[in-house]
Design a protein around this ligand. Sequence first.
Ligand code: 5AD
Ligand code: SF4
Length: 491
Amino acid sequence: MKLNDDIIEKLSNIESLIARGELKEAPENEPERQYYFMAKLRDYVNQKKKELGRDLYACTKTFGCQMNARDSEKLVGILNLIGYKETDSEKADFVIYNTCTVRENANLKVYGHLGLLSNYKKKNPEMKIAMCGCMMQEAHVVEKIKKSYRFVDVVFGTHNIYKFAELLYMRIVKNAMIIDIWEDTTKIVEELPLERKFSFKSGVNIMFGCNNFCSYCIVPYVRGRERSRNPKDIINEIKMLSEDGVVEIMLLGQNVNSYGKNLEEPMSFAKLLEEIEKIDGIERIRFMTSHPKDLSDELIEVMAKSKKICRQLHLPVQSGSSRILKEMNRRYDKEHYLNLVDKIKKAMPDISLTTDIIVGFPGESEEDFLETMDVVKKVRYDSAFTFIYSKRTGTPAAAMENQIPEDVVKDRFNRLLEEVQKIANEQTVRFEGEVQPALVEELNGHIEGYVTGRLSSGLLVHFPGNEQLIGKIVDVRLNEAKGFYYMGEMA
Ligand code: 5AD
Ligand code: SF4
């Protein structure tokens, strides 16, 4: 991939300095310091390969959101550069879990996997295991790993992912479990390698962390305070992506609407979008997540007149009850949310709205729940992610009285899901028969001779086509709405 050419050159320079004995210690500055450790690790992997007479394989497992997916691309970039081959199998020489902790079941899944890994490691003494991501930012998790999962080699968090090469090198030199967790950071290290999962689309971080402290949510505690990337760095990255064949980008942040507030020269998210729109070669722009309290009229205006910003908006409502929203510390009420949706629909009648909803927040009454159902019916989401409230230790909601009994929550959850699906089905039908551009993402895994494309709305369409179409935007007639996707043909 072209993006990494620069980095390979810098790495070779460092390698020759090391070989000539002119660089005996790791430089202090980033990212040079990390290149030094990557060079050292390249050497190590080469030696191991010779010793074993085979390639070394690494497997990166990602849990959770788009942010984690993007972080994993950075990990894979470093692994590839130091000489590991990628594999999906956890019976690899190096396994990395990039974890999520937003809900309890995400944590349980990770512990389940770790049990399996201990068996694999017994059979392959070369095997190394690294754990990173949001779960590692919780002290009780790290304690548990130290106590019950001694076979884990490296543990790091969300703030120091750029140090991956250094930590791995320390593990090899010291031959002991390496744990490096930072409470928070203001540091953003640019210019590190990464390996994109798709050649034609890419996520782009525009900010890290969250300052909102919704009372149920652990994210602000594990991802730290809000930090925006410099607009110049973002634009440069997108220009490079475009030169590298990327046509669609997804701007990532926990709350993109507050982008730029903490920059030396503050800049609004809408302004950033306008700048990105000017970049040649980028055909589609998506972003997530938007917080309803910060979504500005300026943004709606910029979206409405844009040729590139996709007609999709993820606007988590969480609850329809103003009382519960207050308890959740969301800082908007039902009326504000519905007004906002009206404004958005007026400006963009073809917009596809999606949301996140939590059922069973402490103290949620049947009336509160019915308010949520009412919002769902009024907004008519194209799709909604529905979650059962999960108690996260350390958040204010975990200490609230009136936690809702499981059977009540399950019943509400099922009723909500049924309504959400019914409406989503009806929403899909509204575009039936239309011709819309779709970005072809892959060969269809189920029907031979078909490909799968993504529409501006984010929905998928399956239609006859071949490999040559992958990465191209083509016009497709949406012949039949099938609930969450369409069957179509090229127009
Ligand atoms: N329980 C259930 N769902 C949660 N989310 C965040 N925290 C919790 C929790 N404790 C959901 C919110 C958020 C999405 C990413 O995850 O709906 O928007
Ligand atoms: Fe969590 Fe709220 Fe921040 Fe989203 S905005 S990450 S729900 S605290």
